[in-house]
Design a protein around this ligand. Sequence first.
Ligand code: NAP
Ligand code: GDD
Length: 322
Amino acid sequence: MPTALITGITGQDGSYLADLLLSKGYQVVGMVRRTSTVTFERIAHIQDDVSIVQGDLHDQSSLVAMLEEYKPDEVYNLAAQSFVPVSWSQAVLTGEVTALGVTRLLETIRSVNPKIRFYQASSSEMFGKVMEVPQTEKTPFYPRSPYGVAKVYGHWITVNYRESYNLFAASGILFNHESPRRGLEFVTRKITDGVARIKMGLAKDLRLGNLDAQRDWGFAGDYVEAMWLMLQQDKPDDFVIGTGETHPVREFCEVAFGYAGLNYQDYVVQDTRFYRPAEVDLLISNPAKAARVLGWKPKVNFKQLAEMMVDADLKRIRNATI
Ligand code: NAP
Ligand code: GDD
């Protein structure tokens, strides 16, 4: 039975990846950082099936102890400070975790067991002010936030350790992916939570920032499959993962509110507090290489994703108000 270690198991992607790996018969080890309250909401349903280990990407010795004790065959590095706006207010922390954290983990793999297969969670935010439309594995990066800059570092250090030390280190350049488990501060979930609250009479409006930004949105459950596929190849490589479609935030509002029988124009208020110092205006992937090499294709489309998220938030808020 192979063993996989997931950093960031308590996050959106970590929880879906753990579900997937358990279904494939893996022994799953999840690294969690110490917090004063429990953050296991997304993995509550599998808590008895995974081994939880305390560790932090800031702390090298915790990483060494973890790899020595659990001896994973695969390591998926999903942990990060992942919320773009916070990367301006906590730029150094973002660099420490999202950038240098990758080096700490790679150094640990190199010294403890260089045969470990490593996945790095890279991001379409690296394309930022895009140099090419659509974006492929060869598109140059132009990050627009401290988060994007940190992810560029994480990507290149992964490539560098692959080339310098012959590690099996793959970088997945994933475009935005969402789900009912998405954090409430990200725009899709903020919208579907807002729709549910308005529908249930708990809120009167929804305050958002730039409605014209365009994103290539897919379903997180589909994207974790691509992560796993990358580590099953004969050689490590980099892959763009997305749907190949782009939609403005405004359209996500239209579909999500419309699905609940509401007109978004009656409720959405634009608020400059949610604008960013530098915006990423347009992201759209060309996932042809993933289709060709990995045989990967997304299964859930834009409308199905928005509706799935509205359904889940309506159910959650109805249950909470009973
Ligand atoms: P998420 O929900 O924000 O989860 C982030 C995870 O990282 C959480 O488990 C968090 O733990 C953990 N973490 C944060 N700082 C840590 C530290 N210092 N040490 C150890 N763990 C730490 O993010 P996600 O959406 O699942 O994304 C997973 C990864 O993919 C991230 O690296 C993200 O940057 C990247 N990515 C995401 C997308 C997307 O659209 N979702 C697209 C491209 C790339 P707590 O639960 O304790 O906070
Ligand atoms: N969060 C948020 N809140 N975003 C808003 C709002 C709002 O009220 N109003 C408009 N937006 C716009 C943002 O300006 C941005 O252009 C877009 O909605 C998407 O914002 P987020 O959902 O916060 O995601 P992101 O694209 O910045 O970053 C996510 O995707 C990256 C991959 O491209 C995160 O998951 C990153 O970790 C990930 O790497």
